[in-house]
Design a protein around this ligand. Structure first.
Ligand SMILES: Nc1ncnc2c1ncn2[C@@H]1O[C@H](COP(=O)(O)OP(=O)(O)OP(=O)(O)O)[C@@H](O)[C@H]1O
Ligand SMILES: [Mg+2]
Length: 268
């Protein structure tokens, strides 16, 4: 049976925002099938920032695409608890810049709100707010080709937040950036997130990035990917990337996660 992502009003007082049960996805490959993910069970709390790490090809993007309703699950179910019946269920930020090249930054950030016929004055306020938070006020009327890679990803972040979705999904959004830009964007993302406290599922290859951003880090097994372990990340917020990395507890935790992940990455 093919099930889709379902949504239901969140019962007030219920902390759970996303509930994933026995989720599996298989793809046809020639005459056979590839099991991308299998038996994923997960609950994400409202306002929680969850990071997922796992070996290449273990089904991280597949999981996110199912949450984003871009892919249907083969088995199991996903339930997203709605707080606002009018809000989009999710917004996704991809690894590569996902803004429209033919629109200015302002129009890109306004796009989802316009689709939903939000009143123009409210769109203008929201768009200015998030463009400002993303540090792009001077570039609001520029086109994406006039921006650097990091600035384009900032614009993607501004667009996703201004859309005000029930949940935010990010698939390695900073992977292509250099180390310094990455640290700046991570801090900016945390600053914007701390204002909105959106529920976030963030995929990354980087254990350090997961520890800098997340409330919880989940480790996936190799394909078919399933959740193998979880680590609570209790470093206080607001977090500053380089201060955190200098903390011996950070190094210890990073090493514990790598020990586990290494078994999955290096398995035959
Ligand atoms: N549309 C598709 N059709 C067929 N197979 C697919 C499709 N999408 C993904 N797969 C397969 O599913 C598996 C998981 O892919 P996925 O992109 O989810 O991995 P990933 O964990 O995101 O990898 P990476 O870390 O390299 O981005 C792979 O074996 C891939 O070949
Ligand atoms: Mg991927």
């Amino acid at each position: 049976m093919v099930a889709n992502v379902k949504s239901a009003p969140r019962v007030s007082g219920d902390a759970v925002k996303i509930r994933i049960r026995n989720l599996g996805k298989s793809f046809a490959l020639g005459h056979s099938t590839v099991d991308a993910i299998s038996d994923i069970n997960l609950e994400v709390r409202k306002g929680e920032f969850v990071c997922i790490v796992g070996p290449s090809g273990c089904g991280k993007t597949t999981l996110l695409r199912i949450l984003a309703e871009l892919e249907t699950p083969s088995r199991g179910e996903v339930l997203i608890m709605r707080d606002d019946p009018a809000a989009p269920l999710s917004s996704m930020i991809f690894q590569e810049a996902s803004i429209f090249p033919w629109m200015t930054i302002r129009d890109n950030v306004a796009y989802g709100l316009k689709l939903r016929h939000v009143p123009p004055e409210q769109i203008a306020r929201t768009v200015d707010h998030f463009i400002g938070l993303a540090g792009l006020a001077r570039f609001a009327d520029a086109y994406p080709h006039q921006l650097s890679g990091g600035m384009k990803q900032r614009a993607s972040v501004a667009r996703a937040f201004s859309n005000d979705p029930e949940i935010l999904l990010m698939d390695e959004p900073f992977a292509a950036l250099d180390e310094q830009n990455k640290a700046l964007l991570q801090e900016e993302l945390l600053r914007i997130w701390s204002e909105t406290r959106k529920t976030v599922v963030f995929i990354t290859h980087s254990i350090d990035e997961a520890l800098v951003l997340g409330d919880r880090v989940l480790v996936m097994s190799r394909r078919p990917g399933t959740l193998r372990a979880e680590f609570k990340v209790e470093f206080p917020r607001p977090r500053r990337v380089y201060d955190l990395k200098a903390d011996p507890a950070f190094g210890q935790m990073s090493r514990r996660i790598w020990t586990l992940l290494r078994e999955e990455v290096s398995a035959p």
